[in-house]
Design a protein around this ligand. Structure first.
Ligand code: ASP
Length: 324
């Protein structure tokens, strides 16, 4: 029988609606009491690590989850399921994807409707995630997100809707599989897996979104000794308004790593345009283009790379290999 570790961290999947119709955390996580789910086929080991709404989640907790999984692997666990609030689920999932050795299946899940609401999806998603974590076909796919009968890579999945149960989508590439009645069915595979083990996380890595008419003010706020790195969600294929350039140059002069992704939902950042603030100039200035990741994922990757002590060309190489 497969031994699966269920790590509970909080989120809507652990919450309930109260008499006033407000969704609130519970002192006791209802999903963590479901220890006999798939009894006879899977032995479930439960760890209630946190009870946090996911906007309260930080890289410090993400690292603790990674270390708990490292320990479980040494203890001979066959797979791991993490229940998590959906707001920042993709960031924790991608953090685990980058920092774990990709030997056993690691599946992150959550819910859009709390435990006592009509049509609650928590228990169903939890069961699906356990099925996927216990399936031999799930090995080698990196960390995965299982919600609403779909299997997505942690690397590319993103939350796309505030309330719909079909909120998790993978732009450009699509899901890699589906959850059938009692097993996983895969129809795509990631070609390339970047992993980077870390034992601490650094702070002061920021994410800024570009907009029409943007100037350098937001970048100037980051022009200080503390700033460790900045990800910029650029316009279109990866362009910025020209008024931002002097402030961006000041950050580069301070040797602050700057990463450029696109704010578009689909596609990848590329240096196509040769006008002031176009991708060609931005790359020449020293911005690192990161292809395929959204802003929040690129921020996690930059944070992990910097926490591992990567710099210069090594950091650039690490950040540029998102696609495939
Ligand atoms: N706000 C909730 C959270 O992320 C949303 C959810 O879990 O679906 O904790």
């Amino acid at each position: 029988m497969k031994k699966i570790l269920a790590i509970h961290t909080g989120g809507t999947i652990s919450m309930s609606q109260n008499d006033q119709g407000k969704v609130v955390p519970n002192a006791k996580n209802p999903i963590a009491q479901e220890e006999t789910i798939l009894a006879g086929r899977v032995q479930l080991i439960t760890d209630e690590m946190f009870n946090l709404p996911s906007p309260h989640m930080t890289p410090v907790e993400m690292l603790k989850i990674k270390q708990r999984i490292d320990q479980a692997e040494k203890d001979g666990i066959d797979g791991v399921v993490i229940t998590h609030g959906t707001d920042t689920l993709e960031e924790t999932a991608y953090f685990l994807d980058l920092t774990l050795p990709n030997t056993i299946p690691v599946v992150v899940t959550g819910a859009m409707r709390s435990s006592n609401e009509v049509g609650t999806d928590g228990l169903y998603n939890f069961r699906s995630a356990i099925e996927v974590a216990a399936d031999d076909a799930s090995r080698g796919n990196g960390a995965m997100v299982v919600m609403n009968d779909e299997i997505h890579t942690a690397r590319y999945v993103t939350k796309t809707h505030t309330t719909n149960v079909a909120t998790f989508r993978t732009p450009t590439f699509g899901p890699i599989g589906i959850v059938a009645k009692d097993h996983a069915v895969y129809f795509q595979k990631l070609i390339n897996q970047d992993t980077c083990d870390i034992d601490h996380v650094i702070d002061h890595v920021y994410l800024i979104k570009a907009y029409a008419g943007m100037d350098g003010s937001l970048f100037d706020f980051l022009d200080n000794d503390q700033t460790a790195g900045v990800v910029i969600e650029g316009l279109g294929a990866g362009n910025l308004p020209p008024q931002t350039l002097p402030a961006i140059q000041r950050l580069l002069d301070r040797q602050i790593p700057l990463v450029l992704v696109s704010r578009c939902y689909n596609g990848v950042a590329e240096d196509i345009y040769d006008y002031q603030g176009g991708g060609i100039e931005l790359r020449k200035m020293g911005l690192m283009l990161c292809q395929g990741l959204n802003g929040q994922k690129a921020r996690i990757k930059l944070l992990v790379g910097l926490s591992a002590g990567l710099q210069g060309d090594d950091l650039k190489q690490f950040l540029s290999t998102a696609v495939s």
